[in-house]
Write a protein that binds this ligand. Structure first.
Ligand code: GDP
Length: 369
């Protein structure tokens, strides 16, 4: 599954958030057949109300949500790209994730030391951003040196190397100004050519503003949150507000007391669902469903995938032997009440190899084995 890495300076609430995400996932594990958990890796369900609607209509024995993997990447400090702390090790962990969640401290608490002496979200973001920028610059420099030696054997790979070099030079310029690689506009060919480097500042990022419980009801009123919002929009990134502390406390409360606690804080629901959903969207992911008596299941695909590729997510044999897909939109399925009824009403379409799967499609694949 796709991975989101939680990063941030020390004492901003990363572990608290990570544990809340994992505990929340465990609480749901009774219904879900997964949840493998390593100390710093947790697989969590992506909340989706459509899953339960379909599952009820199909009288499924179980329902299986889409999932994403959260990784707690502790230890990023100022100077990491220079090898401070466990520096480069942490940066290499970030290289492996598909997206980054940076927790930014927006709560004040004199008992909890802030590494740079005071709560200052803009500076925290700059510090981490610069470490990622330095690391990318370092990598790009080495790569350009290598490319200059020009080992390409044929004209095709020569073209590709040239595209890579020109893209890297563009990115280098932007990084020198302290801006992320993702702010550079590249052609598809160039993007492809630099993909293998897994540049850190190319990864999409969400800023998670960790606020005090008293700020949950109206976070926009908090000046720290305002700062984060401004920086996020400059860096073409999103912000999600959450209170890690509250989320941690919620996981310890019996279900029937949670609502009351949330109400006392002036909010209607836990922020975790929102955070998980935002992460899923950030990755450009789409969901389609299979739904029958045995199970209703949400499958994750990338935007733009065709029916055979989507089938391949279930099993590679489905892709190889793909014949066609019987497809109905979520809304049509619900209106008809079942796959059978949708078929009778002519709402079930027979789609071929070229069909681009749409968000919420309910699909039944026909394939040769
Ligand atoms: P990490 O170093 O970023 O992983 O930070 P931790 O999650 O270990 O949190 C550091 C300290 O801050 C712990 O004592 C937490 O209980 C506390 N903390 C985390 N989130 C909040 C919060 O939203 N409000 C307050 N007051 N304390 C928090």
């Amino acid at each position: 599954s796709l991975k989101a890495g939680i990063v941030g300076l020390p004492n901003v609430g990363k572990s608290t958030l990570f544990n809340a995400v994992v505990e929340n996932g465990k609480a749901q594990a009774a219904n879900f057949p997964f949840c493998t958990i390593e100390p710093n890796v947790g697989i969590v369900a992506v909340p989706d109300s459509r899953l339960h609607v379909l599952s009820d209509l199909s009288k499924s024995q179980r329902s299986v949500p889409a999932s994403i993997e959260f990784v707690d990447i502790a230890g990023l400090v100022k100077g990491a790209s220079q090898g401070e702390g466990l520096g480069n090790k942490f940066l290499s962990h970030i290289r492996e994730v598909d997206s980054i969640l940076q927790v930014v401290r927006c709560f004040e608490d004199n008992d909890i030391v802030h590494v740079s002496g005071k709560v200052d979200p803009k500076s925290d973001i700059d510090v981490i951003n610069l470490e990622l920028v330095f690391s990318d610059l370092d990598q790009i420099e080495k790569r350009i040196e290598k490319l200059k030696k020009g080992k390409a054997r044929d004209s095709q790979s020569k073209l590709k190397e040239e595209a890579e070099k020109s893209a890297l030079e563009k990115i280098q310029q932007v990084l020198m100004d302290g801006k992320p690689a993702r702010s550079v506009t590249l052609t598809d060919f160039e993007s492809d050519a630099v993909k293998h480097l897994c540049l850190l500042t190319m990864k999409p990022i969400i800023y998670v503003a960790n606020v005090a419980e008293t700020d949950l009801a109206d976070p926009a009123n908090n000046n720290f949150v305002k700062d984060v919002t401004n920086v996020a929009s400059e860096l073409q990134s999103r912000i999600v507000t959450i209170s890690a502390q509250v989320e941690a406390e919620l996981t310890e409360l019996p279900t029937e007391e949670r609502e009351e606690y949330l109400q006392s804080l002036g909010v209607s629901e836990s922020g975790l669902g929102n955070l998980i959903r935002a992460t899923y969207d950030l990755l450009g992911l789409r969901t389609y469903f299979t739904s029958g008596e045995k199970e209703t299941k949400a499958w994750t695909i990338l935007s733009g995938m065709t029916a055979p590729q989507a089938a391949g997510v279930i099993h590679s044999d489905f892709e190889k032997g793909f014949i066609r897909a019987e497809t109905v939109s979520y809304d049509d399925f619900v209106a008809a009440g079942s796959l059978g009824a949708a078929r009778e009403k002519g709402l079930l379409r027979s789609e071929g190899k070229e069909y681009v799967v749409q968000e919420g499609d309910v699909m039944l694949f026909r394939f040769n084995v």
